[in-house]
Design a protein around this ligand. Structure first.
Ligand code: GTP
Ligand code: MG
Length: 263
C-alpha cells in the first residue's frame, strides 16, 4: 500500500477547493486512485463531492448558533472542536484508501488552520502514508513585485509551520495577460530580476533593512518548487503530479503508471 496525503493550503479564496476538484478529475482521467477529504467546517458549497467530510461531525453554522458566536469566532471554535474527531476522520480515511492520493481541502481562513495548534494536530492526526503540502495562492493578486514577494513569504511561513515537503502554485493564471505570466515566470526562474525590481522600489534605511530579507527571498525561490496553474482550465496539473511523484518516489518504492512515465 502506498498512500500520499496532500494538504491543500492557502489564503481565503485562492482556489483550494477548485484545485482539489480539478486535481481529482485529473487523477481520475489518468486512472490514479484518490480520495478527497474536506476539512473546512465552514464550507457551504464545494465544487467536488468529498469522500470524507468534517461537516459530518462539525459545521461552523451549528457552532455559531450553539455557542452564540460570530462567524470568525465560530470558525476558530469549530476547528478546535474538529480535534475531537481526528481519530474518526482518520479511521474513515484509512478504511477508504488503499493506494494513491488523499487530497485534503483545508479551511478558507488559512491562519486559523495553519497558525493555531489545533490545525497542526489535526493534520498530523489524519495524515496517512507519506505527507506533503501544496500552497495555493492567487496569481491575479501577485502581479506587482511586492505582492508577489508577500505571497512567497506567506508560502515560507507555511513551510516552517508544517515542515513537510511543499510545492507552491500560483493559481488562476487564466486571469493574467501573457506578459504578466511571462514576468512571473522570469521572477521564479531568475530571482535576481525580481530582487533588483524590488530593490529599485526602496531607498535609504528601508533598503538596508530589507537587504537581509531579500537574500532570504532569493534562497526560498531557489529551493521552492513554484508552478503556474489554472484549476479552472486544468493547466499545470501534470507538472504538479510529476513533482509530487518525485517526492513520493524519494520516500518509497512507488511504480509510476507506464502512461505517465514521461511526465
Ligand atoms: N478564473 C479562475 N477562477 C478560479 C480558479 N480557481 C478557482 N477560481 C475561483 O475562485 C473562487 C474561489 O475558489 P475556491 O476554490 O472556493 O477557493 P478556496 O481557496 O477554496 O476558498 P475558501 O475555502 O472559501 O477560502 C471561486 O469563484 C472559483 O471559481 C482558476 O484557476 N481560475
Ligand atoms: Mg474552499
Amino acid at each position: 500500500m502506498t498512500v500520499f496525503t496532500l494538504f491543500v493550503l492557502g489564503p481565503a479564496g485562492s482556489g483550494k477547493s477548485t484545485f482539489v476538484s480539478a486535481f481529482s478529475d485529473w487523477l481520475s482521467e489518468n486512472e490514479i486512485p484518490y480520495l478527497t477529504v474536506n476539512l473546512d467546517p465552514a464550507a457551504e458549497y464545494l465544487p467536488y463531492v468529498p469522500d470524507v467530510d468534517v461537516r459530518a461531525y462539525v459545521t461552523a453554522r451549528q457552532v455559531m448558533e450553539e455557542y452564540d458566536l460570530g462567524p470568525n469566532g465560530a470558525i476558530v471554535a469549530s476547528v478546535d472542536l474538529m480535534l475531537n474527531n481526528t481519530s474518526s476522520l482518520r479511521d474513515e480515511i484509512e478504511e477508504s484508501v488503499e493506494d494513491g492520493y488523499v487530497l485534503v481541502d483545508t479551511p478558507g481562513q488559512m491562519e486559523i488552520f495553519a497558525f493555531r495548534r489545533s490545525g497542526l494536530e489535526i493534520a498530523k492526526g489524519i495524515a496517512v502514508g507519506m505527507q506533503g503540502a501544496i500552497f495555493i495562492v492567487d496569481a491575479a493578486l501577485s502581479r506587482s513585485p511586492s505582492s508577489f514577494v508577500s505571497q512567497i513569504f506567506l508560502a515560507s511561513s507555511i513551510y516552517y509551520r508544517f515542515k513537510m515537503p511543499q510545492i507552491n502554485a500560483f493559481n488562476k493564471i487564466d486571469l493574467l495577460s501573457e506578459k504578466e505570466l511571462e514576468t512571473m515566470i522570469k521572477w521564479v526562474e531568475n530571482p535576481s530580476t525580481l530582487i533588483s525590481e524590488l530593490d529599485n522600489e526602496l531607498s535609504g534605511e528601508e533598503r538596508t533593512m530589507m537587504k537581509g530579507l531579500l537574500e532570504t527571498l532569493r534562497s526560498f525561490l531557489e529551493i521552492f518548487s513554484v508552478y503556474f496553474v489554472s484549476s479552472k482550465n486544468m493547466v499545470g496539473l501534470a507538472e504538479i503530479y510529476a513533482d509530487l511523484q518525485k517526492i513520493f518516489k524519494g520516500g518509497e518504492d512507488y511504480e509510476v503508471p507506464s502512461h505517465l512515465r514521461e511526465l
